[in-house]
Structure formats: C-alpha cells, structure tokens
Design a protein around this ligand. Structure first.
Ligand SMILES: [Zn+2]
Length: 302
C-alpha cells in the first residue's frame, strides 16, 4: 500500500501536472469506487451516486492537491473537495488513453503503455489540456469521495488522524507522549494512522531496523533513548524514501508510470533470508496480526 513517501510523490507530481487544469469529463467502469460523503457506512453505493459524481465534477478546476496521511486531497473550484485513497494497489497516472467499448488503450507516456502494473485503469478524468488523469487499481479497493470542503474535512477518516511525522510542529516530546500510552507492539503503533499518520508496513520495518528495535516490543516498554532512536529513524527513512520517490515492491508507480527508487534501498522490508546490512545475520519475518514484520534477530533484540 502506498505510504507517506509514495502519496507525497504523487501529490508533488500532480501539483506540477494537473493543478490549474479544468476537468472536462469523467469515464469509469467501477462505480463502487465512488463513495458518497454523506453515507457514513459507504457500503451501499449506488449508480445514482455515480451520476451525481459525474455531474458535480464536470467543469471543475483543480486548484491544488495536498496529502494528509495516505489520502490525496484535491481542492476544486466551487468550494468542492475530492478525497482519493489509493488503498492496496491504486495509483494515479497522467497520460492519454483511448476508450473503445470497455477496452482501455494506453497511448502515452511510455511506462503507462508498457508496464503491466499500469494497465488496470478504472477511471479517467479528462482535462482541458487534452491530457488525462487515470486511476489504475488492480484490486479495486481504492476510493474517491467528492463533497464540499466542509463535508470532506469532517470525514472521520481525516478527523481522527494522528499528527504528520515530518511536520515541523510535531516535536519529539509529543511523539513520546503518544507512544508511551500504548501497550501494543511498536510496529502496530507506528502503523496506526490515528497515532501517527502516513507510516505503513514498508517504512515501519525499515524505521525499526534503523533504530535497532524489535518490532514486537511493547511501545510502553521503550526507553526515552530508544524512542529518540525511532524518532530519528522516522525522519531519516521517510526523507530518504521521499527523495527516491517511493517504493515499488508492489503496484506503486508515480504519475508517469515509473517505479520508485527506494525499492533497491530497502533496509529489511521484504528481504527475508537476505543478510542484515549491519551484521550479515539472515533477516527474519514474523507474523503480526494480518501483517508481517521483517527484522534482524541479532540487531533487534526483544
Ligand atoms: Zn543485524
């Protein structure tokens, strides 16, 4: 699932490529992706809502795009706002496609045409400069919510989020306060969007390896020194991943359809059986809920 570095890379790209453009039309073949902001359950999606969406988005100008946690927020004209969550396999591409009786033919750019991971287009926004913004999503878990700015800002998925880890106003002392309250395992706490926003499976693994902390260690058992190590690792790992435009161990691609550069720089994530970059011990994988944690059993003692 795209995390802070991947979503921020897409947001940065979109501000260069689509901000200031007007949406002239929309095509989609998976209306379930379109959620009604007023339906808090968001499970009984109707074709009626899809029609409302289509009508409301047409003609609107994209003013800017921002990120909050793993959500993309499109600020639109007429006080409208659109939230996009990429979920497991979603990514946004800027290019050109031709729709021929339900068949999507990619025309440009090169990676969008050639990379099989970019071939799951279920929605296209047509823009006023003849370019298009496409949503590729193999698993079809991605969601789009369009509403007024107030409706979107008040959605529980935005209101209940924890602080942004790279935000200058988020200080170490606040981080300590948040983590100290938690009896859960540190890996789970780092991935909890309501504690701290934007970190998921990839970067929590790498952060804990860098800080030499075992992923299953209870958060409230961590010393101030250990917390400082995690705090520093959060910044180092996320900033490096941002600089390298994210990780493409799975479906993530940038808006040109290109893979992220952090994939080759991963410290432990999905490196089970490979030697630890510090001590050469084989990296191990352990189950944690429905997820896995990757760690070095020698460097990261419980
Ligand atoms: Zn090691």
């Amino acid at each position: 699932m795209p995390e802070l570095p991947e979503v921020q890379t897409i947001v940065n790209d979109l501000n260069k490529k689509v901000a200031g453009r007007r949406i002239t039309g929309v095509w989609f073949d998976w209306p379930k992706m379109l959620k009604d902001p007023l339906d808090q359950q968001r499970n009984k999606i109707s074709h009626k809502h899809a029609a409302v969406f289509e009508k409301a988005i047409k003609g609107k100008k994209i003013l800017s795009v921002r990120r909050r946690a793993k959500n993309l927020l499109f600020y639109l004209s007429n006080n409208l706002m659109m939230l996009i969550h990429l979920k497991m396999t979603g990514h946004l591409l800027v290019g050109k496609w031709k729709v021929e009786s339900k068949k999507i033919i990619p025309l440009e750019p090169k990676e969008v045409v050639e990379d099989p991971y970019n071939q799951y287009i279920h929605l296209i926004f047509y823009l006023d400069n003849r370019k298009m913004l496409g949503f590729s999503d193999l698993r079809k878990f991605g969601k789009i919510i369009l509403g007024t700015k107030e409706q979107i800002e008040n959605l529980p998925e935005l209101k209940n989020l924890g602080p942004e880890p790279l935000d200058k106003s988020f200080k170490f002392i606040k981080f300590v306060k948040l983590i100290k309250l938690e009896k859960r395992k540190i890996k789970q706490v780092l991935m909890d969007q309501e504690v701290i926003a934007g970190i998921g499976n990839i970067y929590s693994d790498d952060i804990l390896w860098k800080a030499k902390i075992h992923p299953l260690k209870p958060a409230n058992k961590l010393s101030e020194k250990e917390l400082k190590g995690i705090w520093i690792a959060i910044h180092k790992v996320l900033e490096k991943a941002l600089k390298l435009r994210g990780t493409s161990t799975s479906d993530y691609r940038d808006t040109a359809g290109k893979e992220g550069g952090y994939t080759d720089y991963r410290l432990v994530y999905q490196r089970e059986g490979e030697p630890c970059q510090r001590c050469k011990t084989k990296i191990r994988r352990v189950k944690i809920g429905e997820r896995s944690a990757h760690f070095c059993p020698k460097c990261q003692k419980l």
